[in-house]
Design a protein around this ligand. Structure first.
Ligand SMILES: [Ca+2]
Ligand SMILES: [Ca+2]
Length: 133
């Protein structure tokens, strides 16, 4: 089995509003800006998240957001990286997600994987990884 380990996750761009243009959080409850953390799924099974290490009330001026992590994934698996908005009174919200299969989309095994999703939920996430033989 070929595998790689995500060592760092860096967010360079995130959707600043919901797809409908609304705020991620209610201004009535305080700050409208999202509280950002990441989640990683391998073949639709969640294998990592870090809500305790979120960036509260995030603004674009604070970019990039970076976390040191240690998440081992299979290169043949479908990997989903999600940006999440931590919420207190309801379920956390999915802000944006990127789906890729390492060996298919990065066959030359770079140490930096750039994930982008442009459109109604623009996002750019950089993964620093270590490949195994
Ligand atoms: Ca919210
Ligand atoms: Ca929130």
């Amino acid at each position: 089995m070929t595998a790689l380990t995500i060592k760092k996750i860096i967010v360079h761009r995130y959707p600043q509003t919901r797809p409908d243009g609304g705020d991620w959080d209610s201004r009535l409850l305080g700050n409208p800006n999202p509280d950002i953390y990441v989640a990683v799924y391998e073949n639709k099974v969640k294998i990592f998240d870090n809500p305790d290490r979120r960036f509260d009330n995030a603004t674009p001026q604070q970019l990039p957001f970076a976390w040191d992590v240690d998440v081992r994934i299979r290169s043949s698996a479908e990997i989903t990286v999600q940006l999440m908005d931590y919420d207190v009174f309801n379920a956390d919200e999915l802000m944006a997600g990127c789906i890729f299969t390492p060996e298919k989309h990065f066959p030359h095994r770079p140490e930096v994987l750039t994930l982008k999703n442009i459109g109604s939920s623009p996002v750019e996430i950089e993964l620093r990884v270590e490949w195994e033989n």
